[in-house]
Design a protein. Structure first.
Length: 359
């Protein structure tokens, strides 16, 4: 059931989105999430009752329905989190905002609505006091006027003005009775509200004590969050370095893409060559037959080559032997020439001797 029916005169005056939490009723320290995700949180104003409410709905479930009173206070516990205690709902609501700016706007609106509720309460009290004072003064003045008229008036005046004066006094008395009944009922209402306010104040004091106890816990969490922030900063620096590397990788990828385009063009050229080769491949069977004939000829040539190699080997051995013989012949020829030279020298000497003898 929606907390704001369509026939209601309540109108939303401020709307935002936040994560809603409620204090754990058993421990009064831990927060329990009332919504799985960020939901709409709105301020509503009821013109008939002159009251303000904070309402939030998650699907078909009402998770906040808090009437704002002048005694409530909205406390910022962190940069993005705030809370307030509702004595009528017997709980403490917490809101987590995505930014500090939204939290400040919500807190300013809470203070504004709180002052408006306080002003409405003061005006209602002034109305009750003026109505009660007016009833008391009229109750005091009416008997004196009747006494004065009864004492100072003559019998003729009584005869001429007695009837309408009594009717007027009766109507005034009836009005005073109604006013007194209303004032007594209002006094009872204010007494009950005062009692509820006292109870809410007691609950708020306990809630404040619990919140003071939880401040240490929040301080520890703040230090832990600070350490996490430092770690996140280092991670951010690492990520920035990785981003620089990623930019380098992007440049490399751009170069690779250009190279890929070049390869694609080369591939197209190769495909064209492949088409030509496929066309030439149709001639392959003929070439295969020719190749077989050539292979047969090659085998015959290889056999001839083997024979020729054997002949070459024999020729090489014969050449080696002839070379060896030539060396032997050269040595023998050299020796013979040496002997011949000696003989020639002897013949020359002999000739000279003969010439001398002839002389």
């Amino acid at each position: 059931i929606s907390p704001v029916p369509p026939y209601s005169r309540e109108q939303p005056i401020f709307t935002t989105r936040a994560h809603v939490f409620q204090i754990d009723p058993s421990t009064k320290k831990n927060w329990v999430p009332a919504s799985k995700q960020a939901v709409t949180v709105s301020y509503f104003y009821d013109s008939t009752r002159n009251s303000y409410r904070i309402i939030s709905v998650d699907g078909a479930k009402v998770i906040i329905n808090s009437t704002i009173t002048p005694n409530m206070t909205f406390t910022k516990t962190s940069q993005k989190f705030g809370q307030w205690a509702d004595s009528r709902a017997n709980t403490v609501f917490g809101l987590g905002f995505p930014s500090e700016q939204q939290l400040t706007k919500f807190a300013e609106k809470f203070q504004e609505v709180k002052e408006a509720a306080k002003l409405a309460r003061d005006r209602s009290q002034e109305k009750i006091e003026t109505s009660s004072n007016h009833s008391q003064e009229s109750g005091r003045e009416t008997p004196s006027s009747t006494r004065a008229s009864s004492v100072n008036g003559t019998d003729d005046e009584k005869a001429s003005h007695g009837g309408p004066a009594e009717a007027h006094l009766k109507s005034e008395n009836d009005k005073l009775k109604i006013a007194l009944a209303q004032s007594s009922s209002n006094v009872k209402k204010w007494e009950t509200e005062l009692q509820t306010l006292r109870e809410s104040n007691a609950r708020l004091t306990t809630a404040l004590q619990e919140s003071a106890a939880s401040i240490e816990h929040w301080k520890k969490q703040f230090s832990a969050c600070k350490e996490e922030n430092d770690q996140l900063r280092t991670k951010i620096e690492e990520l920035e370095e990785q981003c620089n590397e990623i930019n380098k990788e992007k440049e490399r990828n751009a170069q690779l893409s250009r190279r890929l385009q070049e390869l694609e063009t080369e591939l197209q050229d190769k495909e064209l060559e492949l088409e030509e080769l496929r066309k030439q491949g149709e001639i392959i069977p003929q070439l295969m037959s020719e190749c077989e004939s050539v292979s047969q000829q090659l085998q015959a040539a290889e056999e001839k080559n083997k024979d020729l190699e054997e002949k070459v080997r024999t020729l090489r051995t014969e050449v080696e032997e002839s070379k060896h013989r030539q060396t032997n012949l050269k040595t023998e020829l050299k020796n013979f020439l040496d002997v011949l030279d000696g003989k020639i020298d002897e013949l020359h000497d002999f000739r000279q001797g003969l010439s001398k003898l002839g002389v």
